[in-house]
Design a binder for this molecule. Structure first.
Ligand code: NAP
Length: 300
């Protein structure tokens, strides 16, 4: 979660100059964390077990280390256990698979997350596939993704799941709208497109080879930006009244959308920070508690 002052500065600037409604994620994220805290108490009362999230971090990536610390703090705040397995940059795919397999077999671990990015020398897909479906709390395995596409139960990727929840809370209608997603990564773009299709939007999924991106974005009733390039989406690409979701997070607390310019045309817009980010972590923690409930075979 981000300091209230950063978020409220953004709110203040918005109210002075622009009509777009701010889609703020922190409040809903706290609600989710609060209800998860209650679930964790119930799980412990019924079984004596405390749900546990295991995160595997490979190499020394500064922002990954920050994310992992943030996740650990959030876990502690709701009474969930968290363990972090730190592996050196030189770790091979086989070694990573070995570590993930140990976590897969450990009944005290209920959710497994391999922190992105991993060094290029590692075959990420092979490592992901080692996570059992029931412990795949970030929806990264082919089984979880296939089930998501088909509308079958599985834990979805946390960032797009958090985005959907935020949009539903703000009464955004999907049925029949044109949604444009920029970015086709397995953790954001692709599952996001599937979720929007399942909600009956017509979806255009764009990527680095897309031609005339700006004219496609200009048709978007709902725009999801997940590019990883600061202020990449320009204000004049935004259709009047569109719902703009910025999933990007770049150095200096900057998103993938030019927030100031986009806010002048958008109907609703997420800030960075304080929009999508807090929802990702809250969803991850909630899904880990739900994974524990399923693995323990209890009802809470
Ligand atoms: P990624 O794996 O690097 O994917 C980026 C996507 O953007 C790719 O599909 C790429 O296309 C596309 N792209 C790159 N340049 C483009 C261009 N000029 N025009 C159109 N598309 C272009 O990144 P990611 O992991 O999805 O992350 C995206 C952003 O989300 C990053 O800023 C990251 O920090 C942020 N993020 C936020 C959260 C959160 O909780 N808020 C969580 C995870 C990530 P190709 O496929 O053709 O290369």
């Amino acid at each position: 979660m981000y300091p209230a002052s950063v978020v409220s500065d953004k709110l203040l600037r918005m109210s002075e100059t622009r009509p777009a409604k701010l889609i703020e994620g922190s409040a809903l994220a706290w609600q989710i964390l609060d209800s998860t805290r209650h679930k964790i108490v119930s799980i412990h009362e019924k079984t004596g077990v405390t749900p546990c999230l295991a995160t595997v971090l490979v190499g020394e990536n500064e922002s990954s280390a920050v994310y992992v610390r943030m996740k650990r703090k959030r876990c502690e705040s709701v009474g969930m256990k968290s363990v972090t397995i730190e592996l050196p940059h030189e770790t091979t795919t086989d070694e990573l698979v070995g570590e993930v397999s140990k976590l897969a077999q450990d009944s005290s671990v209920h959710g497994i997350l391999i922190q992105h990015p991993v060094p290029r020398t590692i075959d990420k897909r092979v490592a992901f596939e080692t996570i059992p479906l029931l412990k795949d709390v970030d929806g990264v395995t082919s089984a979880a993704m296939g089930r998501l596409i088909l509308g079958m139960p599985a834990f979805p990727a946390c960032t797009p799941a958090g985005i959907m929840r935020l949009l539903v809370q703000h009464n955004v209608q999907f049925d029949g709208t044109h949604a444009v997603v920029i970015g086709r990564s397995p953790i954001i773009g692709r599952p996001m497109a599937s979720m929007l299709i399942n909600a009956h939007a017509t979806v255009t999924l764009c990527h680095s080879r897309t031609r005339d991106l700006s004219s496609i974005v200009r048709q978007a009733d709902i725009l999801i930006a997940a590019v990883g390039k600061p202020q990449f989406v320009q204000g004049d690409w935004i259709k009047e009244g569109a719902v703009v979701v910025d999933a990007g997070y770049n150095e200096g607390n900057v998103g993938d959308v030019d927030f100031e310019a986009a806010s002048l045309r958008a109907g609703m817009i997420t800030p960075v920070p304080g929009g999508v980010g807090p929802m990702t972590i809250a969803t991850l923690i909630e899904q880990t508690a739900d994974a524990a409930i399923e693995q323990l075979g209890i009802e809470v």
